[in-house]
Design a protein around this ligand. Structure first.
Ligand code: MF3
Ligand code: CO
Length: 261
């Protein structure tokens, strides 16, 4: 069942999604070689508590942390740990959920740690650009397949591959609602987009093979060939004529300056 949100509900969703955007700006301030992913988790936990919100991830199907931190070949759902120390040249996808006023925020950005190889920075840049191309399709009258098609064609034309096992989703009073939003697809296919739908568009794009495996912890996914993977996510309200992006990279970019992707 797809829930169409009222304007008031969309403003509450905007609040939760602004909050995750600001939480990741706090993460951006501390990311550096030598920092553990557990530290990033604590930064977000404190920030959310200070803003009368809780993590939408903690205890979700038993998930044990407030954010997901997925390093290099890890795709998504990496668990923060005091044993994972970020190294110069790493990339780390930080995925963050916040629950406030009955609505969820869900948001991700892939950060560079120190000096990252141009080849890998290019993967991040393409992944982020493809997300915005997908978002452009999130207007009334288009179809879910138009979003995936835009993302897939852009990334595959540059030699990258699109993860199939994990996809975007509707968001609202639950973190995951209908419809499903794959990052691949055919133009004109799938459910019709209607004004008031709120969806998360979150391409996961790999440098090598699209195939994944689960790590032993039962959560973390990584690429089969251990080549790097990038992930960016925004929540978007479908509107007539234009998409309304509910989260923003503005706060992260203010912190990262020239180093932003
Ligand atoms: N943003 C993630 C997603 O949409 C949510 C992860 S929830 C967790 O899949 F509990 F697995 F962390
Ligand atoms: Co999501």
């Amino acid at each position: 069942m797809v829930f169409l949100k009222t304007d008031e509900e969309i403003e509450l969703l905007r609040e939760s999604n602004e909050l995750v955007a600001k939480a990741l700006a706090e993460v951006a301030k501390v990311i550096a070689p030598g920092v553990t992913t557990k530290k990033l988790d604590r930064v977000v936990e404190e920030f959310l508590a200070d803003h009368a919100a809780v993590s939408g991830f903690l205890n979700y199907n038993g998930y044990p942390a407030s954010i997901c931190t997925s390093v290099n070949e890890q795709v998504v759902h990496g668990i923060p740990s005091d044993k994972v120390v970020l190294q110069d040249g790493d990339i780390v996808s930080v995925d963050c959920g916040a629950y406030k006023n009955g609505f969820h925020g869900d948001f991700a950005y892939t950060f560079c740690v120190g000096e990252v190889k141009p080849e890998i920075r290019a993967l991040l840049k393409t992944t982020k650009e493809s997300m915005f191309l997908g978002i452009e399709q999130a207007v009334e009258g288009k179809r879910i397949g138009d979003i995936g098609h835009a993302i897939q064609t852009y990334c595959e034309a540059r030699g990258y591959s699109v993860v199939r096992e994990m996809i975007g989703h509707g968001i609202g009073r639950s973190m995951h609602e209908a419809p499903e939003v794959p990052n691949y697809g055919r133009k004109g296919n799938g459910p019709m987009l209607k004004s008031g739908m709120v969806i998360c568009i979150e391409p996961m794009i790999n440098l090598g093979t699209k195939n994944l495996v689960f790590e032993r912890d039962g959560w973390t996914t990584r690429t089969l060939d251990r080549k790097p993977s990038a992930h960016f996510e925004h929540a978007v309200a479908v509107r007539s004529g234009r998409p309304d992006i509910l989260s923003t990279y503005k706060y992260i970019e203010e912190v990262l300056g020239e180093n932003a992707i």
